[in-house]
Design a protein around this ligand. Structure first.
Ligand code: AKG
Length: 260
């Protein structure tokens, strides 16, 4: 039995205000249950979708305070996503931070969301989001990525037990959010832990409804549309048990799948 207690910080994000957003994250850490192992933040928590401020925001040292929180609270952190800059290009990047305060993995969002103008400001990631954290083979993707089952499957084929999703998913497509996350859990027989934001920016109102879904597709915990912490305990032994019961990985027919 490998149990993990996970907490999603479902926060409101102040548009372009890194200081206020860091304060909000730190405030929420004060309310964590003492037995939490892993904390998950939403997409672009330092700034929201104020994409015209990317150049300014990347200069800000957003991760030192998050690393300090990891050590102080003795938790691993899937640190939502933050803007990064490499070779003159900006990325929507997800850092994985251990309880020792080390950044051990980065994932860059692969599918850019045109409805929110991402392709005008950001470059696409090209690498898989698979990593090991406190002994659990995990993967992480960002928001729009969940609409691409081929991309999620590519990662799940690396023996992943736990899929993290960080998002700023708008309220008007809440039904898609729920259906896509549940489908990804069922078809891949993995735990899905999805952290969304709440509140509004000048263009959108966001759905909240962070969710923890088991590998059978049952929603074991779901938030409403208010700020708060969604906490759930997962038992990773369930993954193997469900894959034995319905062996979809063994029954795949990739020789027939024409995905290009
Ligand atoms: O796919 C959607 O409906 C929402 C995606 C999104 O908001 C994002 O990727 O930031």
């Amino acid at each position: 039995m490998i149990k993990r207690r996970i907490a999603c910080l479902q926060i409101d994000i102040q548009f372009g205000d890194v200081t206020a957003n860091l304060q909000e994250v730190a405030k929420q850490f004060n309310h964590l249950d003492a037995d939490v192992d892993t904390v998950v933040l939403p997409e672009f928590w330092p700034m929201g979708y104020s994409l015209d401020r990317l150049a300014e925001v990347v200069e800000y040292d957003m991760l030192t305070p998050i690393k300090t929180l990891a050590k102080q609270y003795n938790v691993d952190i899937i640190a939502g996503s933050v803007p990064t800059k490499r070779d003159g290009k900006f990325y929507n990047s997800l850092p994985v931070i251990t309880r020792e305060g080390e950044v051990v993995f980065w994932y860059d969002k692969v599918h850019l969301f045109r409805l929110m103008d991402e392709e005008n400001f950001l470059a696409e990631g090209k690498e898989c989001g698979v990593f090991t954290l406190s002994g659990v083979t995990s993967a992480a993707v960002i928001c729009y990525d969940i609409r691409f089952p081929e991309w999620i499957k590519t990662q799940m084929l690396e023996d992943v037990d736990l899929l993290y999703v960080v998002a700023e998913w708008p309220k008007q497509r809440l039904d898609h959010w729920r259906a896509l996350l549940i489908a990804r859990a069922i078809e891949n027989q993995v735990y899905v832990v999805a952290c969304n934001r709440v509140g509004s920016d000048p263009n959108n109102t966001f759905a909240g409804h962070s969710m923890v879904i088991d590998p059978w597709g049952q929603v074991i915990s779901e938030a409403d549309d208010q700020t708060g912490i969604l906490t759930a305990t997962i038992d990773l032994a369930e993954v193997k048990q469900i894959r034995r019961q319905i062996p979809v990985y063994e029954d795949r027919r990739p020789d027939l799948y024409r995905l290009k």
